[in-house]
Design a protein around this ligand. Structure first.
Ligand code: F6P
Length: 578
């Protein structure tokens, strides 16, 4: 993945730079007019289909020439070779010297992927089979808590990649709960302050609650501090050695029946007290934010059942094959990645908004925030040089219809240019049984799509999106010319969702290849963890304040004052009671 000289010094980049100077003042409206005048339809020119998805890139601010030059850039940056290296399991994660093989997690059982002398597929499917055995037991009501009652609530304790993927997918596929099984309610607690967990602990029954500790490293303090609180809660409520009781419940029984661990570190899981039979392992060569496809996906499988989980993998695999086999000019992840490169590096558009028009995709933007910004928020190349060009844009999002009432004002009339991704399913509510309700819900879906299509059109055309009704005052004007992509899913199913996620994973890889950065490490989060640890020691010991800057000193002293005040109040109130 390395370039002979920086990519921005290469001919294809330089040619794009020159071309961008001509394109910068061209409005999207003109691009559409020009295409029509030449007898073309931009939608036909710039839309592609794969794996149940349609990607429309016609509202990007590009022309045929741009497109051709971007494809040349992809070739010059070695994108086709990089795709082959990624999928073959070469050590593309250079700073950590290992492959990035999330695609291996979704290979079918009869595939063969030999990496450094070992076929990885059997181990992947062995884990899936172990997951399946566990899931079947839960869904049959056979996984029982220490008092013999069937587990009905599972709380996933994890953060980042050990939370966001399963959280996003369980919401997206809530319609796919299997019928006729013992229902498992899946919950997620990630925040280190314990607020989500505290809420569950007041509502859930310890006898029927199980915790999944999800952590690739099994060292993440956020997850471990929630896990400690959960363990104390369960042990405090369930363990008793009362000889009057017919069955004494001991700690080992609680640990065995109420905790599952998912990690790449079996030693640390065992040390923490996860029973060997309840440990699900994955591999160092799966990045945290790319890990929902294996054991980290257990909460997904618990909710939708293993056949649907396997369908999710099938959709992602279909996108992997498309990524591997389709020519660059028809390759969805390549084209989506190039659109982003064009906006960031040549049109100076450094903000990107993700706007799903389907309530089930509520967490999709949060998921992509980690996938894109933790992967490509880098400024050092694979050769250790500072990049002289921009990399990942600031990316954020929200359900489109709700965002219309929140930040679309800025998209339409603010001073920032923003690239937008609109995402929506074409068909919805086919399976609603009641005719009336189905008709109403289908009408709501049509209304939602009308808004989705209207917004991308308005962002593109500005004032020209409506018939001219005379001059408008400037505060009512819309400039348009905001580029967007639209991804349409035939339906939102496990298969198309798998394909959609893989589309973005590969888009990130294409961009990283062109920017010559490593999308699979995250050194930028390490120092913060170290400094937080040191700060916590100072807060607890009240020693070492002098090593701090004066702003941090002020904040720490404010906390100590508050703690002292709380102790005084507690002392006064207990003196009053005695
Ligand atoms: O701190 C960032 C990070 O390492 C992410 O990359 C990762 O997804 C998250 O923390 C959680 O890590 P783990 O799964 O090891 O607990």
């Amino acid at each position: 993945m390395s370039h002979p000289s920086p990519i921005d010094q290469q001919p294809a980049w330089q040619a794009l730079d020159a071309h961008a100077r001509e394109m910068r003042d061209v409005h999207l409206r003109e691009l559409f007019q020009d295409a029509t005048a030449a007898g073309h339809e931009r939608y036909t020119l710039y839309s592609r289909r794969a794996a149940g998805l349609t990607l429309d890139l016609s509202k990007q601010r590009w022309s045929d020439e741009t497109h051709t030059r971007l494809l040349a850039l992809a070739r010059e940056a070695g994108v086709p070779e990089a795709i082959s290296r990624l999928l073959a399991g070469e050590r593309v994660n250079q700073s950590e010297d290992r492959p990035a093989l999330h695609t291996a997690l979704r290979l079918p059982a009869d595939a063969h992927l030999e990496v450094e002398g070992q076929n990885l597929v059997p181990a992947v499917h062995e884990t899936l089979d172990r997951m399946e055995a566990m899931v079947d037991k839960f869904l049959a009501g056979q996984w029982r808590g220490a008092t013999g009652k069937a587990i009905s609530d599972v709380v996933n304790l994890g953060v980042g990649g050990s939370d966001l993927g399963p959280l996003m997918v369980t919401h997206a596929l809530a319609d796919y709960r299997p019928d006729g099984v013992h229902e498992i309610n899946v919950h997620f607690a990630s925040t280190m302050d314990g607020s989500q967990l505290a809420d569950y602990l007041t509502r859930l029954n310890p006898e029927t609650t199980l915790f999944v500790l999800s952590s690739k490293s099994f060292t993440t303090i956020d997850t471990l501090s929630n896990a400690r609180t959960a363990r104390d809660w369960l042990l405090g409520r369930l363990v008793h050695n009362d000889h009057e009781e017919p069955h004494a419940i001991d700690r080992a029984l609680v640990m065995r029946q109420h905790f599952i661990g998912v990690s790449a570190s079996p030693g640390k899981m065992a040390e923490w007290g996860i029973a060997p039979a309840n440990q699900l392992e994955f591999w160092e060569w799966v990045g945290g934010r790319y890990s929902l496809w294996g054991a980290i996906g257990l909460p997904i499988a618990l909710m939708v059942g293993m056949p649907n989980f396997r369908a999710l993998l099938g959709g992602a695999h279909a996108m992997d094959r498309h990524f591997q086999e389709a020519p660059l000019e028809d390759n969805l992840p390549v084209l989506l990645g190039l659109a982003g490169i064009w906006n960031v590096n040549f049109l100076d558009i450094r903000a990107h908004s993700i706007l799903p028009y389907d309530g089930r995709l509520e967490y999709f933007a949060s998921y992509l925030e980690q996938l894109e910004m933790e992967s490509n928020g880098k400024s050092v190349t694979n050769e250790g040089e500072m990049t002289a060009y921009s990399t990942c844009p600031v990316l954020w999002g929200q359900l489109g219809p709700n965002a219309q009432h929140a930040f679309y004002q800025l998209l339409h009339q603010g001073t920032q240019s923003v690239e937008c991704d609109f995402i929506a399913p074409l068909r919805r509510y086919d399976r609603v049984e009641n005719d009336d309700t189905r008709a109403h819900l289908k009408a709501q879906h049509r209304l939602t799509l009308a808004n989705c299509f209207a917004q991308s059109r308005l962002l593109m055309l500005g004032d020209d999106a409506i018939e001219d009704d005379g001059p408008r005052p400037s505060h009512k004007r819309y400039r348009g010319n905001q580029p967007s992509s639209t991804v349409l899913l035939d339906r939102l199913t496990p298969h198309t969702l798998g394909a959609l996620i893989a589309l973005y994973e590969h888009k990130v890889f294409v961009q990283a290849t062109i920017w010559d950065i490593n999308p699979f490490d995250q050194w930028g989060v390490e120092l913060g963890k170290q400094i937080a640890g040191e700060t916590e020691r100072i807060l607890g010991s009240r020693e070492g304040l002098e090593t701090m800057d004066d702003s941090s000193r002020g904040l720490i002293e404010a906390l100590w004052d508050a703690e002292d005040q709380a102790s005084k109040e507690a002392a006064t109130s207990s003196a009053g009671q005695s």
